[in-house]
Design a protein around this ligand. Structure first.
Ligand SMILES: [Mg+2]
Length: 277
């Protein structure tokens, strides 16, 4: 396997970043080592563009990424220079305002009342739900394509809402902390677009996908190697039935390194000799 053909699509919160403090310092040298070895790492997250840009800054490297549950792809030219600087972003979603209008006009009020939107909470409640404050909280709420909420009702009512959404061509995506109303897109659909573009250029690639929550299932299901990182004190994706899934023993960030190493081992990948990470 040529290193350049290994693609890691990864969720961030709870998968690569620690669920509670969003740190990844302990695995930063390992991530950089993967990149130096020409493994492509593509964050595929419910986070916003601003938030992923700030992650890239912390990492010190520009990388391609997918935001807001598959709503947009950025830095496509870094997946492969073939795409060129003029085509570096792809928007796959209607705007958050358009999506909210559909929700407001078409969803029965009894169901709408079960949705507690983050935009309607005060800053201290928003901060508690997202585990962020200050500038980071502002960046997380600055969403172009999705509307985060807490659902108050029981699972049966949530399922009712999901089925109404299906008819309205919009989606409910469940992450580790909040649910997002999105356009009819998903992390898997956005990943598929990148893979399709890759197919035109490279015949063979191996995709590793790392996730922790229901909104990661669409991309896990598409991968050559699905990997699940556990959330602290939560049953997450325990019932996921995918062939040959690798489950980390540790939570993020160390669980991320654990599943990447196990995945690379399965394809007999060897890092070039170097002493870092
Ligand atoms: Mg997550």
């Amino acid at each position: 396997m040529n290193n350049k053909n290994i693609l890691i699509f990864t969720d961030l919160d709870g998968s690569l970043l620690n669920h509670n403090n969003f740190q990844f310092n302990t695995i930063k040298p390992f991530i950089l080592k993967c990149l130096r070895n020409n493994i492509r790492i593509i964050p595929n997250t419910s986070k916003t563009k601003n938030e992923v840009e700030s992650f890239s800054e912390q990492l010190g490297v520009d990388i391609p990424y997918i935001v807001e549950n598959g709503s947009a792809i950025h830095n496509l030219d870094l997946v492969c220079s073939h795409f060129g600087k003029n085509n570096k972003s792809l928007i796959l979603s209607r705007t958050a305002d358009e999506i909210f209008e559909i929700f407001n006009n078409k969803v029965p009020v009894s169901l709408r009342n079960q949705c507690l939107f983050l935009k309607d909470m005060n800053a201290s409640k928003q901060s508690k739900v997202l585990g962020l404050n200050g500038e980071k909280l502002t960046s997380a709420l600055n969403r172009l394509y999705s509307i985060p909420l807490i659902f108050k009702g029981p699972i049966e009512i949530k399922n009712e809402l999901i089925s109404i959404f299906n008819d309205l061509d919009i989606k409910l995506h469940e992450g580790g902390r909040v649910i997002n109303i999105c356009d009819n897109c998903s992390k898997g659909d956005a990943m598929k677009i990148i893979l399709k573009k890759m197919e035109g250029i490279k015949k063979k690639y191996h995709s590793i996908v790392i996730g922790d929550s229901p909104n990661d299932i669409s991309m896990l299901a598409l991968s050559n190697q699905p990997c699940v990182v556990p959330l602290p004190d939560q049953d997450n994706l325990n019932k996921l039935k995918l062939k040959k899934v690798i489950r980390a023993n540790q939570v993020a960030p160390d669980g991320w390194k654990e599943v990447v190493l196990k995945s690379l081992d399965r394809i007999n990948f060897k890092f070039k000799e170097d002493s870092y990470g």
